[in-house]
Write a protein that binds this ligand. Structure first.
Ligand SMILES: [Zn+2]
Length: 141
């Protein structure tokens, strides 16, 4: 997992927003200090889980954890994915030089490709990846 400053800012802002959303209900319910803290933390995690991936996609941030290479099984270390490569950047393994396509949107998942493709599972910002079986791209005739 590699966290950039932008990733860190987004996660902190979403957690803070969740904490602030949790404060009014706990205060109005008159909960104890410990229970209020737990409820606020649950709100923060809920907000991060629900809004994390949409905000990451909006800002063209890659998921926090990169996938393992399907060819050699090594985890990809670090990649900067430029904004113009979205939503289906192709990364190349530094260990075996095999390409891997990241389908970062629903449209990219259904797009035919000859490359091995992975897509993030919910919540997408974490980077829990699943393999996508896509129809082979047919060569132009
Ligand atoms: Zn590899």
């Amino acid at each position: 997992m590699l966290i950039t400053v932008m990733h860190l800012l987004v996660v902190i802002l979403l957690l803070t927003a969740g904490l602030l959303c949790g404060l009014p209900p706990t205060q109005s319910a008159g909960l104890g200090e410990g229970v209020s803290l737990v409820v606020c933390m649950m709100f923060a995690i809920l907000v991060l889980a629900l809004l994390g991936w949409p905000v990451f996609k909006l800002l063209s941030l890659r998921p926090l954890i990169l996938p393992t290479c399907p060819a050699c099984g090594e985890r990809h270390i670090n990649y900067h994915i430029p904004r113009d490569a979205w939503p289906d950047p192709v990364i190349v393994c530094v260990f075996c030089s095999k390409p891997l396509r990241l389908a970062l949107s629903r449209g990219a998942v259904s797009k035919p490709s000859e490359l091995p493709t992975v897509t993030p599972c919910w919540p997408g910002f974490l980077g829990i990846w699943k393999r996508v079986e896509i129809q082979q791209a047919t060569p132009p005739q």
